[in-house]
Design a protein around this ligand. Structure first.
Ligand code: CUA
Length: 176
């Protein structure tokens, strides 16, 4: 066996070994990623279900402004210090507005749109829901402080977008 042949065999063996190691590491990486993905999906489904639960529901955008409960445009008492209101977005206003609520009240807003996408954001709060025609979303918030809160549309919706402002007036608690 010449020196050249020995060197060549050594090189072949080395390359084969290196490739095998590469394959093994790639396999391990893929296995870890797969386990991570399966684990993530498992725990997400365990916690939230396959379809994320919501108290939203479907609405008819063409009729939503003329039919209950969106046509009523009122604060509805649903429990001690708890209320619900159906908030309708349309080009370019919010109904009902101004909305008077008592201080400390927990309000559940059901939000939809009669026409195009709008964004229901209440400045100074964590309220931020997209108003989607055909779908009603919901958000619950407790107004601990009295004052006037601006409802602002944060989804561009046409020429009147920047003036699409509503008001929520939180009336101070009466002390007796
Ligand atoms: Cu409504 Cu922007």
């Amino acid at each position: 066996m010449s020196d050249t042949t020995a060197q060549s065999e050594f090189e072949d063996a080395f390359h084969k070994a290196a490739e095998r190691h590469e394959r093994i590491w790639v396999f391990i990486a893929m296995l870890l990623l797969s386990l991570l993905m399966i684990g993530t999906l498992f725990f997400v489904v365990l916690d939230y279900g396959v379809v994320v639960k919501t108290d939203g529901y479907h609405t008819d955008p063409a009729a939503v402004g003329a039919t209950a409960p969106f046509a009523d445009a009122a604060l509805v008492r649903i429990g001690p210090n708890a209320y619900s209101v159906h908030m309708l977005a349309h080009l370019w206003a919010w109904t009902p507005s101004p909305l008077h609520v008592p201080q400390g009240a927990t309000i559940t807003f059901y939000v939809t749109s009669a026409d195009v996408l709008h964004g229901f954001q209440v400045a100074g709060t964590t309220i931020n829901v997209t108003a989607v025609p055909g779908i009603t979303g919901s958000v619950t918030y407790t107004f601990a402080h009295a004052g006037t809160y601006n409802i602002i549309c944060n989804e561009y919706c046409g020429i009147g977008h920047q003036s699409m402002i509503g008001r929520i007036i939180v009336e101070p608690e009466r002390r007796t």
